[in-house]
Design a protein around this ligand. Sequence first.
Ligand code: 6PG
Length: 237
Amino acid sequence: MTPSLNVTTHSFTDCNAQAAALAERIADRLRAALNERGHATLAVSGGSTPKNLFERLSRETLDWGRVQITLVDERWVPETDERSNARLVQSLLLQHAAANATFVPLYTGDATPEAGLATADARIAALALPFDAVVLGMGDDGHTASFFPGGDHLAEALDLDRSARVLPMHAEGAGEPRITLTLATLLETRSLYLLVSGAKKRDLLADARLGLGAARDYPVRAVLTQQRVPVAVYWCP
Ligand code: 6PG
């Protein structure tokens, strides 16, 4: 039997409207957290899809000085590298009103993610969890965060009974070595968003939800089928 999925899809006909709606939603979450607890924590993906979201979110009026921002995953490259997710967040999200937020990077400057693991783990352990919002993306191969098909630590990263917060990841499709928050850590959140665009990803997600064909084994399926946190998919063409 297909498990009943805790997934809601918000479809937009225009990608600017999608980014604006999600930016407002996240800003509301952060404001509520600041009112209730005095601090807020956000984890975001890199890649190209969230650029528009970051631009808009960075202009939202709220007390960014009490917000911590980290990444769901990072490519193991210095911030000077164009592929660095930290670089992307610094240049698009930590701007304007959000320039006062505290950024907690995963990259440590060590030679490998294995060598930097303890430091990255300590940084995440020191965050005020649960996250108020986690924003995931998805690749055409069904990866999300750095949960890549064939990844050397994939099973461990998706295993909700393990306690690891952060893991290295090496995979053929990953480009460079990665470091990723584990699924258990990502699900320690008050809200979870999956930001995707394009017909290909829409169809892939539909297959992954139903466990059809190749998508049955896509790592993103672990996010869609888990029962801990509802998933809000934000899609545009
Ligand atoms: C990364 C990401 C990754 C991303 C997807 C989608 O560092 O690569 O965090 O999980 O969300 O690869 O990337 P695009 O938005 O570029 O399609």
